[in-house]
Each structure stands twice: as structure tokens, then as C-alpha cells.
Design a protein around this ligand. Structure first.
Ligand code: NAD
Length: 476
């Protein structure tokens, strides 16, 4: 299979070719993909700009019907799409089918939102004058996405963009061209006018840059690493681009001495290691109160010993491979940093040999101090750090002692501490007796501090980014 880009209603081969790797079996790539250049990216933005005025005035029922049809097809084909995702990104088949289903549900949610675009009418302070507040599309929205949720993240950006009447140029991450193509292929048959939706495959520094620098781009929604996001933020600010940035996390899961131990262990193992730890919401810091610390660590070690790492299509596998060689190298470098900084390896720490050659890594747990690199920097792999806390106040201080602020969790049976943590955690999303990873699609998603910038994603809060407000005064 050779995946292609989609520009102005046409499939475009591109000027060179890349390999779509299978991280579970390097000898059997998923396929190849055509790489477009800056000139073709520019054509995609021009096409989106040309289509924007008419699409912005389109009938919301038409938009709702199209989004609903896209959502229905994704859900109907979730097994096949999930398999592609598992092959290309390495999530287990169960997780992948779940993500495909979620992507379809998100399109259906925003189909409804297209018919509920809010507005207001207020009494004027001047006699004989009416004041109306309406929302209009922003125009051409650039979407730059990461690889770790290659169906769901594009869905939660593309669906609201189209629902609120914007046109789109979508640039997926390089290592997941198949999932991007699959979404684009479904969208291409859904009845959108030419130019309303475009998808460009290629490198971030070429295609992504051409997109961000294009003068006809009106808004940019980015999800990815802090490094890329910060650089794009500066460029966007310099040219006054509306932006939404979702970046990294170093999410704490606090376990108090009064916690249900079984629940605490499941929350930690699920949050830190499932999806190979490659979730921005992963519980990468386990902050455990003295009274339960040793029992918790022992139980997590026992639980990790039961975890099977391997091919994500094998139903008995719990954790698939790391998604790429680059990410594996990062993970291994952090494991070395864990040793260098004086951390104590509690589990894993080495690559796993499977029947096929792939990027398999054992779930890895370190006991660390708060200033160690693996306690402070986002790793984005199956590597978690355990920190010991004297009491709740110390645990809360450790939880907030980070430049990130995406999400945080607490496992406790105390209503008092649960309530205090919900109010005091410096995060955008907070979980009580649940893993930090795992969110609902119909409510806001996003963080604080270095994790996020701009309006929230998802749910009806998405309207803030994908529309602009107009205030109209009318005298009789
Ligand atoms: P990344 O920053 O390397 O890449 C993200 C996207 O940016 C890719 O499409 C890439 O091609 C593009 N890009 C790279 N350089 C660019 C440039 N110079 N100009 C324009 N575009 C460019 O991130 P990644 O490795 O794909 O994803 C992992 C990161 O994403 C992690 O840090 C993770 O925490 C974050 N993430 C955050 C959330 C969230 O909602 N907060 C969700 C998922 C992932």
C-alpha cells in the first residue's frame, strides 16, 4: 500500500517516498507513503482558503449530515481501522479498536454541535438598538498532530473545525501516514466540496513549517512535544495566528496510605504503562505516602511480572512495542539517566526479545528523588518513577512541583483529601480513584502551565478555538 496526500479534492502522489514502519516487525513494513513538499503544502492552504467563504456559509444540517456519515463509517470499520493502527503505531488491538470507536464517536458528537452553534441577544444600553453576539468560523485551520493517538486526535481537531464551518489542512505525524490516509479516504467520500479538507504527508520541518508560515492560514491547532510546540508558538505569535497548543505532561498519581491497594496498583499500572506509556496523560510520577509505599511497590512489581510485552495483534499481549526507533532511543537514554542520577531500578529496564524484530521494551519502574531527570522530564514511554511522600501535604507539593500541568490523580478513601486534591492540583484534568489516562470525549481536554496554551479541546468548549465572536448592533 502506498499512502497519498489529499489536496483540493485530488489524491497527490508526492515527490519522494517514505517507509511506513511496523514497530512490531521491522522486516514487514505497513507500506510506503508519498512525501509532499512545501509547494504542494502551499497549494493545500490555497485550496482551503478558496473553499473557506462558501463552506463558512454552508447549511449546518449539511455539515451535521456529513460529519455523522464519517462517524458512522469509522465506527462500522473500527476493527479494520484498529488493526491498521495496531500495526502502524503498536497499540494493542483492543486499545486500537477502542481508539477507532472513539474517533467515530467524536465525529458524531460534533455532527450534533454543528446544529447547536451558540449565540446571544442582549438588550442594548441605548434605546432602539439591538445587540447580537454570533460566532463565525475562523477560516483556514492548520492541524498538526502527533503519532500516539493517530485516529482520535485528528478526529477531535478535524470534526470541530468542519462542524463550525472552517476549512482544514491536516498534517499528521510522519510515522502514522496509514491512519491519516484512512481518515482522509473516508472524509474524501463524505460529500465535502473540494478544498474544504486537505491532508498533507511529510516532515514537520518541511510540510509543517510551510503550513505554519503560509499567509492564508488563520489558526493553528497543534498537539505534540513541548520543544516543537514552543517553537511554533513563537512563530505563531510573531504573525498573530490564533493558536491552540497541547503539549507534554509529567502527570502525578498520588497514592495515600488509606488507599485501596488493589485500586491503587491497577490505576498505576494502567496509567503508567498501558499504550506503552505513550500517552500525554500517562502517570509517569507515582507519588506514594510512606505508610503504603513498600506494600504498593511490591504489588506493582508483582503485577508487572504478569504483563506480557509483544505483538499488539496477539490477544494475550498487554503492552505493544515502542512506536519508533527514535522514541526507543529516548526511552533507553532516560533509563540510563535513571541509573546515573542514582535511581533504584525496581522493574524492567531492558529491551524484550520477541519472535519478530521490533522496538519492544519492558515496563520500567524506578524509585527516584524529586530532582532526578526521570522524575522531571517527559519520557513518553513505559518508564515510570516512584517518589516517596511523608504525608498528604508533601505528596501534593511533589505533585505540583513540575513545569507541566496536564492531569493529575489521587487514590484515596478520604473525601477530605480527594476534595482538597481536586481543588489544589495545578492541572487541567484531575482524577480521583482512576488512572490519570482515560478521558471522556464530550468534556474539555487540556492542561495548564507548560502543558497547554489557548482554549480547551473537545466537548462544547471546542467552540472557543474554532470560532470567532462577532458583536452586531442594529438600530431600527
Ligand atoms: P512532535 O512535537 O515531535 O511532533 C508533533 C507534530 O509536529 C508532528 O506532526 C511533527 O511532524 C510536527 N512538527 C515537527 N517539527 C515541526 C516544525 N518545525 N514545524 C511544524 N510542525 C512540526 O511530537 P510527537 O513525538 O509526534 O508526539 C509526542 C508528544 O506529543 C509528547 O510530548 C506528548 O506529550 C504530546 N502529546 C500531547 C497531547 C496533549 O493533548 N497534551 C496528546 C498527545 C500527545
Amino acid at each position: 500500500m502506498r499512502f497519498q496526500s489529499y489536496i483540493n479534492g485530488q489524491w497527490v502522489v508526492g515527490s519522494s517516498e517514505g517507509v511506513d514502519e511496523n514497530p512490531s516487525d521491522l522486516a514487514a513494513p505497513v507500506g510506503a507513503y508519498g512525501i509532499v513538499d512545501a509547494a504542494l503544502t502551499s497549494q493545500a492552504v490555497d485550496a482551503a482558503a478558496a473553499a473557506a467563504p462558501a463552506w463558512g456559509l454552508s447549511n449546518p444540517q449539511q455539515r451535521a449530515d456529513i460529519l455523522d456519515a464519517i462517524g458512522s463509517e469509522i465506527i462500522a470499520r473500527r476493527d479494520e481501522l484498529g488493526r491498521l493502527l495496531a500495526l502502524e503505531e503498536g497499540k494493542t488491538l483492543g486499545e486500537s479498536i477502542g481508539e477507532a470507536t472513539r474517533a467515530g464517536q467524536i465525529f458524531k458528537f460534533f455532527a450534533g454541535e454543528a446544529l447547536r452553534i451558540p449565540g446571544e441577544r442582549l438588550a442594548s444600553t441605548r434605546p432602539g438598538v439591538d445587540v447580537e453576539i454570533t460566532r463565525e468560523p475562523v477560516g483556514v485551520v492548520g492541524i498538526i498532530a502527533p503519532w500516539n493517538f493517530p485516529l482520535a486526535i485528528p478526529a477531535w481537531k478535524i470534526a470541530p473545525a468542519l462542524a463550525y464551518g472552517n476549512t482544514v489542512v491536516f498534517k499528521p505525524a510522519e510515522i502514522v501516514p496509514g491512519c491519516a490516509w484512512a481518515i482522509a479516504e473516508i472524509i474524501s467520500r463524505a460529500g465535502l466540496p473540494e478544498g474544504v479538507f486537505n491532508m498533507v504527508l511529510g516532515a514537520g520541518r518541511v510540510v509543517g513549517q510551510a503550513l505554519v508560515e503560509h499567509p492564508k492560514l488563520d489558526a493553528l491547532t497543534f498537539t505534540g512535544s513541548v520543544g516543537t510546540g514552543t517553537a511554533l508558538h513563537r512563530q505563531a505569535a510573531a504573525r498573530g495566528l490564533k493558536i491552540q497548543m497541547e503539549m507534554g505532561g509529567k502527570n502525578p498519581l498520588v497514592v495515600l496510605a488509606d488507599a485501596d491497594l488493589d485500586k491503587a496498583v491497577e490505576c498505576a499500572v494502567n496509567g503508567a504503562f498501558f499504550s506503552t506509556g505513550q500517552r500525554c496523560t500517562a502517570s509517569s510520577r507515582l507519588i506514594v505516602e510512606d505508610g503504603i509505599h513498600d506494600a504498593f511497590v511490591k504489588r506493582v512489581q508483582e503485577r508487572l511480572a504478569q504483563i506480557k510485552v509483544g505483538n499488539p495483534l496477539d490477544a494475550s499481549v498487554h503492552i505493544g512495542p515502542v512506536a519508533s526507533k527514535a522514541q526507543l532511543d529516548t526511552d533507553l537514554a532516560y533509563i540510563r539517566a535513571g541509573h546515573e542520577d542514582g535511581g533504584q531500578l525496581l522493574f524492567g529496564g531492558e529491551q524484550v526479545q520477541c519472535a519478530t524484530e521490533g522496538h519492544f521494551l519492558a515496563p520500567t519502574l524506578f524509585a527516584v528523588e524529586a530532582d532526578h531527570r526521570i522524575a522531571r522530564e517527559e519520557i513518553f514511554g513505559p518508564v515510570a518513577a516512584v517518589l516517596r511522600a511523608r504525608d498528604y501535604e508533601h505528596a501534593l507539593a511533589l505533585a505540583n512541583d513540575t513545569e507541566f500541568g496536564l492531569c493529575g490523580g489521587i487514590v484515596t478513601t478520604s473525601l477530605k483529601y480527594a476534595t482538597h486534591f481536586k481543588r489544589s492540583a495545578q492541572v487541567g484534568m484531575v482524577m480521583v480513584n482512576l488512572p490519570t489516562a482515560g478521558v471522556d470525549p464530550h468534556v474539555p481536554f487540556g492542561g495548564r502551565k507548560g502543558s497547554s496554551y489557548g482554549p480547551r479541546e473537545q466537548g462544547r468548549y471546542a467552540v472557543e478555538f474554532y470560532t470567532t465572536v462577532k458583536t452586531a448592533y442594529t438600530a431600527a
